[in-house]
Design a protein around this ligand. Structure first.
Ligand SMILES: [Zn+2]
Length: 336
């Protein structure tokens, strides 16, 4: 069996012909296997969805309970048979509930890793290395320039700034699923115990994380209308990146604008967004994590998708690993 007989790109997404299923399809299909809850991977409208319980819960929160006609939960390390193809899910370390999907058939093992990272994250289970013949990797930060510092050091800079400017509100932009909760948890691990204020769009997912045993401390709504002027002086406020574009962000006293993203490595990006305090915190692998992971899987072939495919393909070739870009469309990193 050749790898492309087991998985191949189709307009709907990555397709398994013998199993008749798609992985993270971008259009509604009969049977979808979903790696994690980010909206570019987990879409509503499939007939049958197989995913971890946490990913199913997150899809239910975001799309409503009728997001698929039929759902099936699979635990990490558990194997199911889909039309004669062995399928198992393994932790990806990306966000709560995120999984890589191992597809096995006719002696061939392919891992579709979805999005993943190797840095420690107190809000989700760590990445598990799964030996395989073909490893399908993301390449969101697939250039050697991308090297993410330890996230705890970035949070320490935020906390120093909050101490240094007690009259200013610190507004931190963070994606709603995964990044916001990780930033909050890291702030708590940095010793900050005061209430943290949330934009309304973050509330339900933060409550869900707390219900899964991830203690985020005292969270309060960041409603400016009903509050006295100056109440948010010295406070830390977390909002979605899109919240920063609207009037909501302009109501806080002399805010320090911070943004938690792997893109903050690029000074120009921070400047363009008007970010005063860029925090390089990513839920995706950086260059070193990508290349180390490829080697650890022992894969003899690598398929590279969504991101900077060419550099990583070239790196694989230089290291004697067959590689090719998988031009899948429709993935635009909700959680970078
Ligand atoms: Zn993602």
């Amino acid at each position: 069996m050749r790898p492309r007989d087991l998985l191949r790109p189709r307009p709907e997404g990555l397709y398994c012909p013998p199993g008749d299923f798609f992985i993270d399809p971008v259009r509604p299909v009969e049977r979808a296997l979903i790696t994690h809850g980010h909206s570019d991977h987990a879409r509503a409208g499939h007939t049958k969805v197989l995913a971890t319980q946490q990913t199913l819960d997150i899809m239910g929160l975001r799309y409503g309970e009728g997001f698929a006609r039929q759902t099936q939960a699979i635990g990490p390390g558990e194997t199911v048979d889909v039309n004669g193809v062995r399928v198992s899910f393994h932790n990806a370390g990306h966000v709560l509930g995120s999984a890589q999907i191992l597809v096995e058939h006719g002696g061939m093992r392919i891992v579709a890793s979805g999005d993943y990272k190797r840095q420690p994250d107190p809000t989700c289970a760590p990445f598990e290395v799964v030996a395989c013949d073909v490893f399908i990797t993301e390449a969101t930060f697939g250039l050697p320039v991308f090297r993410h510092p330890p996230a705890s050091e970035e949070i320490a800079r935020l906390l120093r700034s909050a101490t240094q400017f007690p009259e200013r509100a610190h507004l931190v932009g963070a994606y709603a699923l995964g990044k916001a909760q990780r930033v909050i948890k890291l702030i708590r691990e940095g010793g900050y115990e005061a209430p943290i204020y949330l934009h309304g769009a973050l509330q339900r997912l933060c409550e869900y994380y707390a219900s899964q045993g991830i203690d985020l401390g005292d969270l309060q709504p960041a409603t400016v209308e009903n509050s006295r002027k100056g109440e948010f002086a010295g406070a830390i406020v977390i909002g979605t990146p899109s919240a920063f574009a609207d009037r909501w962000a302009r109501r806080f006293p002399d805010p320090v604008s911070a943004f938690a993203s792997g893109w903050m490595r690029i000074r120009q990006r921070a400047k363009q967004r008007g970010v005063e305090l860029p925090l390089i915190i990513s839920d995706h692998s950086d260059w070193d994590e990508l290349t180390a992971t490829i080697i650890e899987t022992g894969a003899s072939e690598v398929w590279v998708t969504h991101g900077r495919e060419e550099a990583l393909v070239r790196w694989c070739e230089l290291n004697g690993i067959a590689a090719r870009p998988l031009h899948l469309v429709g993935y635009e990193d909700e959680g970078d």
